[in-house]
Design a protein around this ligand. Sequence first.
Ligand code: ADQ
Length: 469
Amino acid sequence: MARVVAVSNRVADPRKAAAGGLAVALGETLNATGGLWMGWSGKIVEGAEGGRPGEGELKVQQAGNVTLATLDLSREDHDTYYLGYANRVLWPVFHYRLDLADFNTAYLAGYRRVNQLFARQLLPLLKPDDLVWVHDYHLIPLAAELRKLGCNNRIGFFLHIPLPPPLILAALPGHEWLVGALFAYDVVGFQSEADAQHFSRYVQSEAHAEVVGPDLYRAFGRTVLARSFPIGIDVDEFAALTHGKEARETYETMREQYSKRQLLVGIDRLDYSKGLPHRIRAFQELLASYPESRRSATLIQIASPTREDVDAYMDIRRELEHLCGQINGDYGELDWMPVRYIHRTLARKRLPGLCRAARVALVTPLRDGMNLVAKEYIAAQDPGDPGVLVLSRFAGAAEQLREALLVNPYDTQGTARAIHQALNMPLEERQARHQALLHRIRTHDVHWWRRSFLEALEHVDAAARQRAA
Ligand code: ADQ
C-alpha cells in the first residue's frame, strides 16, 4: 500500500497504550507504510503582543517507523480556530444544538487561517503517491487549501461526529462554503447511514449535486465518494486490557464492594451531547417508580473534564453536580448512596475492569457520532454472565448494536423502564444479546474500519479524478 499520511487536530504517539484504539489502529498502518502523522502539538505560543508566531516551526520527530509532525499554535489561532470555530460553532451545530452556537466571525477567520497554515506546512512533506487521510471537524477545509496550492494527492476525510440534517446545517452561516470544501476530497466518510443520508440530501438540495453512481456525488467540478464507515474498537486489544493486572484489580474491588447491590456504570467526557442530566433523571425515576431498586441500584458515573474554557461546559458541570447532590440527598441512606459521581478520567487500564463489574451500562447521549464506550462495554463482558447495554437510539452505534436495549434519552419514564428491564434480564437473554453484539463489534472493528476507508481511497476512480483535474 502507498504511504499513509494522517492529519488530525492532535497527534498521539501510537506506541503508547494510553493513546487508545484509534491511535493504535492508525499507528499500525502508519508504521507499516512508514507514514506520517501531522497535527497541533497541544502547545500555545504567546506572541509578544498576542501576535502569531512565524511559520516554519514544524517539529518533526520519529516514533518507530512513524514520523510525527507537530505545529504550535498562537494564542489567537488557538482561541479562534479551536475554542471558537471548532468547539463553539461546529461541535454544537453538528450535535443539533443551534442554541449553544456562537457565530462570531473572528472564529471563522481563525479556522480558515489555521487550515491554510496546516496546508502550507504539510504540502512540502507530501510525496505524489501518498494517501492523505484527514480527521474530523477541525480540518474540513484542509483539502481545499491543499488543492489551491496544487496538491493532486488522493485525500480522504472522516467525520467522527454526526452530520446534522440539511435544515440544521443550513442554519450555519457559510454552510455552502463548508460543505463545498468537502468536494475537494476524494472520499468522505461518516459514522452512520443517517449521517450519509443527511449529506446526500443536503448536497442535492442545496448544492444541486448530481448522483453519478452509488455513493458518488458530483458538484463544484469534482466527484466525491461519500458513505458511512462506522468506526469500531480494537476488540483484541481491549480484551487483553480486560485481563491485565489493573483491570482485574478494579473488577475484584468493585465485585466485592457491590456483591449485594446492582452496579450501573456511565463513562463519558463531561459533554452536553452525552445526555448526563437526562441519564441522572432517568435513574432518579427508576428509584421513584421501582422501590425495590432503592438501597440496591448504584450508578457510578465517571465524567472526565473536557473543554472547560467553553461556558456551556461549565453550565453542564454545575447542572450535573446539582442533580447528583439532589438524588443522593433524597434517596441516600447511611450505608448506600445511589450515585457516585467522579469528575475525572479513568485510567485506560482500569476501564475494562469497571465495565466488566457493572451489571448495566448507561450510554445515553442526546446525539453522538458513534460512541466507543458502548463497544468497549460489550468487549469487556464475561460471555458466561454478561451485563446489559442500555443505549440511546441517537448514538451512531445504535445503527449497529440493535440487540442493546435502545432508548430515547428524552423519555425519562421510558429510559427508567429500560434500566429496570436491564437489571432484571434473565441470564439466557443476556447471553443471547451479548453474543450477537460481540459478533458485530468483532466483524466491524477498528481494523475493518481503517482497511475499508483506505481501500476506498486507494481505489477511487482514476477517471473521475482526471475529469476533475
Ligand atoms: P468522544 O466524544 O470523545 O469521541 P467516545 O467514542 O464515547 O467519545 O469515547 C472515546 C474514548 O474516550 C473511548 O475510548 C472511551 O473509553 C474514552 N473515555 C470517554 N470518557 C472517559 C472517561 N471518563 N474516562 C476514561 N476514558 C474515557 C468522538 C465522537 C464519538 C466517536 C469517537 C470516535 O464524539 O461519537 O465514537 O470520536 O470516532
